[in-house]
Ligand binder design. Structure first.
Ligand code: FAD
Ligand code: NAP
Length: 337
């Protein structure tokens, strides 16, 4: 394990922003992960964990060691109708989803085509089309960065919430997820009530969808609708959809009847951040190479050679204008280094 000095991180993140890591190493085994963390510690250097780089904005050159997680393993066991699937943290998320759906194992099909690695999925409890990974999460293993010990976290330990987990909060930078285990089923529960999925299935003339139908519909919708980082640098939704009290949502809805409001099980209400940003006139705005996507106001983009600081400056002004107009605070979803 010999870290490489001065590595440009642009090819390692979907934003494609140029910034230099002081040191960089890819790890493919638990032992080299441990070695990499010790290497940083003995030099008094910080370390940063990088998966697929699809939820990271790098604000400038990175001091210390960037550890690129490439832990690969995949196994499955079937008992009755329960399928237990374990995957290394460095596996590509979409490839694992595809592998399960092709075998008729239900649970992850709505989460097809989300970029990134399996190890980062619990980090923000990834979700799409009405499903979060927590729905079929079983447990994960994570290395304690101080002691090097591997601990198993059950679902209850992870404090999953809307784009949230203990790893994004209390345990941020304190442990490295090394593998994740999901409990899937050979008896599918089809979740197709999300508007875009329902419409796509209807267009295809499918009335009794299989998990493969849901999977391929989600792939088609995403390919058509979401900005491809290979074409334009981005990290998906830059902000979380704000969750406010039902009372605040009602007040806002009275003054802005077109505001999409989604009541939550706990009595709160989720607002569509994209709508709020669009109303403030940001959709399609471009300042140099930093901008807001022309069709997706929630997605900030790098048109070519934007710097991280420019994107952050733009994001801060978007947050301020939404607050000034609606009294709603937008929280960043993307992790800023
Ligand atoms: P990275 O960006 O590499 O890392 C993200 C954070 O997790 C960093 O803070 C990093 O330090 C930490 N981390 C990464 N791996 C580990 C590990 N093994 N242990 C501990 N910490 C770790 N997200 C959704 O929820 N739903 C979507 O539908 C969705 N669609 C997207 C569409 C596009 C076009 C893009 C660009 C992004 C989208 N995202 C979506 C965001 C992103 O894909 C997910 O958050 C994904 O899980 C990030 O994975 P990654 O491996 O790229 O993580
Ligand atoms: P969309 O369908 O245009 O919907 C816009 C927003 O409204 C979404 O953020 C979604 O919240 C919310 N919404 C729509 N229908 C809902 C319902 N029935 N109940 C509750 N909330 C509802 O969204 P999109 O931009 O095309 O994205 C499609 C899906 O992919 C969404 O689930 C989105 O979260 C996910 N996605 C996420 C990212 C990311 O980086 N996090 C990037 C691209 C796409 P939710 O976000 O809570 O679903």
């Amino acid at each position: 394990m010999t870290p490489t000095p001065s590595v440009d991180l642009a090819p390692y993140t979907t934003f494609g922003i140029h910034a230099v890591a002081e040191y960089f190493v890819s790890v493919t085994t638990i032992d080299t992960l441990l070695e990499a963390i010790s290497w940083a510690r003995t030099r008094g250097a910080s370390f940063h964990i990088l998966g697929g780089g699809s939820n990271v904005l790098i604000s400038g050159d990175v001091q210390g060691l960037v550890i690129h997680i490439r832990l690969q393993e995949r196994s499955a066991s079937v008992e009755g109708d329960v399928v237990t699937v374990r995957s290394g943290a460095g596996e590509n998320w979409h490839q694992v989803v595809t592998w399960t759906v092709e075998r008729g194992w239900a649970g992850l099909e709505n989460l097809a085509l989300i970029p990134g690695t399996v190890g980062a999925a619990p980090m923000q409890n990834i979700g799409a089309y009405g499903v979060e990974q927590s729905a079929c999460f079983h447990e994960l293993d994570a290395m304690n960065a101080d002691t090097g010990e591997i601990k198993t976290f059950t679902k209850d330990d992870c404090n999953f919430g809307y784009r949230e987990s203990i790893f994004k909060r209390e345990l941020r930078d304190k442990c490295v997820i090394t593998s994740v285990t999901y409990r899937l089923s050979t008896v599918p529960t089809i979740r197709a009530s999300y508007k875009d999925v329902t419409e796509e299935l209807a267009v295809r003339g499918i009335t009794q969808p299989t998990i493969m139908d849901v999977y391929s519909s989600v792939v088609a919708i995403r390919t058509r609708k979401l900005p491809d980082p290979k074409v334009i640098g981005n990290a998906g939704s830059f902000f979380k959809n704000p969750v406010v009290s039902a009372q605040k949502a009602t007040t806002l809805h009275e003054s802005h009847p077109l505001l999409p409001v989604y009541p939550q099980a706990d009595g709160s209400s989720k607002l569509a951040a994209a709508w709020l940003i669009d109303q403030c006139g940001w959709k399609g705005v471009r300042e140099g190479d930093a901008g807001v996507h022309a069709n997706q106001a929630l997605v900030l983009v790098n048109h070519g050679s934007a710097e991280g600081a420019q994107i952050i400056d733009l994001a801060t002004r978007i947050q301020q204008s939404v607050f000034d107009r609606f009294g709603v605070e937008l929280e960043r979803e993307v992790n800023v280094w």
